[in-house]
Design a protein around this ligand. Structure first.
Ligand code: C5P
Length: 305
């Protein structure tokens, strides 16, 4: 009788262990413990579900960022700007005397899916009627001379981030975050000159408290890892798209590539131009990569017309 009881208890214990193990193995972390609350988060566990691309830890510079000599040597030749690393450090420390020590990034909100619209400047946006959908996203990132006025129905009205550099600068309102790319030493001097208060200037080009400067090491990482070193360096548009994958949980991409007639011009150009003008950038490689990212559901791509 005693043996039977023992066997019965043993049976119950083993069953309980199996039931418990079954529950544990089926456990899915609650929404707030996942890295984001979208259907799919691009960098789940820090790696993309495509080509093992990893999240770059510091896409933006902070006052205490330390650019390595290797990264600096890549950066100083991309636009043949030259200069020494100590010159770079001196200029950057001048910039950081005028802007906050850390980029004004918004922390991820648990249980939320932060969405980005990255709006390239392609003519394929014309007659797309994407405007309201672009404006619906949390962040609307425009690039270089990308603007809304006169094109609201196709490109939207809102701009939360404007990507620019010395040659593509434009006047921003007080709430738009300037995302600044530097390609050469002169760009650093330009940032300082914009930020220094000058009696002759009524209004600064942008709000200094919202400035974010893209880390040259991140630019190099994009060229090496995302484009396998094709071309001299990635286009501003492609880098903006990778940046969006770092600050948003869901990325919608508009205005990249040619229009349906094969024109690569801008949506505001008076005359279309069917020549791919990508300078030192690997235009077709970038486009193929964007398509591959879309196929792997890393981002959502909208072809326009
Ligand atoms: O011409 P711009 O460099 O100002 O355009 C911003 C970005 O939009 C480019 O860097 C490129 O990535 C993208 N673009 C595109 N196809 C076009 C025009 C621009 O993919 N026809």
């Amino acid at each position: 009788m005693k043996t039977k009881a023992r066997l019965f208890i043993l049976f119950l214990s083993v069953s309980a262990i199996f039931v418990f193990w079954g529950q544990v193995s089926q456990y899915a972390p609650p929404e707030e413990q996942r890295s984001c609350a979208c259907d799919q988060c691009p960098f789940e566990n820090g790696t993309l579900a495509f080509q093992n691309l990893t999240r770059f830890s510091q896409p933006f510079l902070s006052r205490n960022s330390n650019l390595s000599e290797e990264d600096f040597n890549w950066w100083r030749v991309i636009q043949r700007g030259g200069g020494t690393i100590s010159e770079y450090r001196r200029n950057m420390s001048r910039v950081f005397k005028l802007i906050p020590a850390n980029p004004p990034l918004e922390e991820p909100i648990p249980g939320r899916c932060r969405t980005c619209a990255v709006v390239g400047n392609s003519r394929n946006l014309l007659n797309s009627h994407y405007g309201p959908f672009i404006d619906f996203q949390d962040y609307v990132i425009r690039i270089n001379r990308g603007h809304s006025k006169g094109f609201e129905a196709d490109v939207g009205k809102r701009t939360t981030h404007q990507v620019m550099y010395l040659e593509s600068r434009s006047q921003l309102d007080d709430t738009t975050r300037p995302v600044l790319f530097t390609f050469k030493m002169r760009d650093l001097e330009w940032i300082t000159s914009v930020l220094r208060p000058q009696p002759s200037r009524k209004k600064s080009l942008f709000n200094k408290d919202l400035v974010m400067i893209v880390n040259p090491a991140f630019m190099r990482n994009i060229h090496h890892m995302w484009l396998q070193k094709k071309g001299a360096y990635a286009s501003t548009g492609f880098m903006s798209l990778v940046l969006a994958l770092h600050i948003c949980d869901e990325v919608h991409v508009f205005g990249f590539g040619a229009d349906s007639d094969g024109n690569w011009s801008h949506y505001w150009d008076k005359k279309p131009n069917n020549k791919v003008k990508t300078g030192g950038h690997p235009g077709n490689v970038e486009y193929e990569m964007i398509m591959a990212l879309a196929r792997h559901q890393v981002l959502k791509f909208y072809t326009g017309w």
